[in-house]
Design a protein. Structure first.
Ligand SMILES: Cc1ncc(C[n+]2csc(CCOP(=O)(O)OP(=O)(O)O)c2C)c(N)n1
Ligand SMILES: [Mg+2]
Length: 316
């Protein structure tokens, strides 16, 4: 078994956590021009999977994709500039937090509409097959709410039927906005549904970044070796903050702080951080803090798009 560098994992986990904490801190100033759906608490899923991928692999995410974008190597300066609505942003300031894209590193984009990028990932996998790329896969990320969309079923069926090189990652944080999975599904059987379409599916408990990495790595290996079609993982995780916005929402009555407690106790940041020598850990943290500071400064001083840009890069 090839073991992953704990330094690499910690750097990525810490960087995403701190970027999002800074976004939450700055948000009340209104400098950030778009709604933000934070991944704080869920970083392990994106980090574990992305570390198992290669640069040429393509990932497709949701409106909650800061973690995925950063974990896959997306440019931090362009991300913060995009949140600020600046011309230097990943989408020239026209997409905001929910539409981050960095094709250079295989971050193929995200969408505010639940479920929409699932068939895009499957289509990308079909293109990989047609082109005969042997060392490339697509990865589709969606929430437990994404499973409720009709297009999820169509995509599962087609990917399995054509044995496409795609990994499906369901980030199950139990909630679609304020609705618990119990209120939406007669049975908590997402993996059984995926299996019914004809693909192996596994539920990974506990937001365990090492396990997620190892499972994704093996899945990629099996797919690229031609030994498997699509593979499905349901990664159990937990959103610490509110559905959208910088704060928390334990006063809303749909969930309790008690429910959050075990997830905080099991936080993957200190878990992996404690495996490092303290000096090494501090050096990583210092470097990340410098990078974050520079990224926000870059966004601050970047220009807004010009009025003449309003209709450029518009599809129709
Ligand atoms: C097609 C569609 N239906 C409804 C919505 C409203 N909506 C936005 S986020 C969301 C919940 C999705 O939950 P989940 O897929 O579990 O993702 P999470 O927010 O938990 O990451 C809903 C219903 C939408 N954006 N698109
Ligand atoms: Mg959810």
């Amino acid at each position: 078994m090839k073991s992953i560098s704990h330094e690499t994992l910690y750097r990525s986990l810490y960087r995403i956590r701190r970027v999002e904490e800074e976004i939450a801190r700055v948000y009340p100033t209104d400098k950030i021009q778009s709604p933000v759906h934070l991944s704080i608490g869920q970083e392990a899923v994106s980090v574990g999977v992305a570390e198992a991928l290669k640069p040429q692999d393509a990932v497709f995410g949701t409106y909650r994709s800061h973690a995925l974008y950063l974990a896959k190597g997306g440019d931090l300066k362009k991300m913060i500039a995009e949140l600020y609505g600046k011309h230097t942003g990943s989408n020239k300031g026209k997409g905001g937090s929910m539409h981050l894209i960095d094709v250079r590193v295989g971050v193929m984009g995200a969408s505010a509409i639940v479920g929409t990028t699932i068939p895009q990932a499957v289509g990308f996998a079909l293109a990989i097959r047609y082109r005969g790329d042997r060392d490339r896969i697509a990865v589709s990320f969606f929430g437990d709410g994404g499973v409720d969309e009709g297009v999820w079923h169509e995509s599962m069926n087609f990917a399995a039927l054509r044995k496409l090189p795609v990994i499906f990652i369901c980030e199950n944080n139990f909630y679609a906005i304020h609705s618990h999975e119990r209120a939406r599904h007669a049975r908590a059987n997402i993996v059984e549904r995926a299996r019914a379409y004809g693909m192996p599916a596994e539920r990974i408990e506990g937001n365990d970044v090492l396990k997620i990495y190892e499972r994704a790595r093996r899945a990629r290996q099996a797919i690229t070796a031609g030994k498997s079609g699509p593979i499905f993982f349901e990664c159990m995780t937990y959103r610490w903050r509110q559905h959208v916005g910088p704060g928390d929402d334990y006063d809303q009555g749909y969930r309790t702080k008690k429910e959050l407690e075990p997830w905080v106790k099991n936080d993957q940041l200190p878990r992996i951080g404690n495996l490092l020598a303290p000096k090494k850990r501090a050096a990583i943290e210092r470097a990340v803090e410098r990078e974050i500071k520079a990224a926000f400064a870059y966004a601050e001083k970047s220009p807004f798009p010009k009025v003449e840009e309003l209709f450029t890069d518009v599809f129709a």
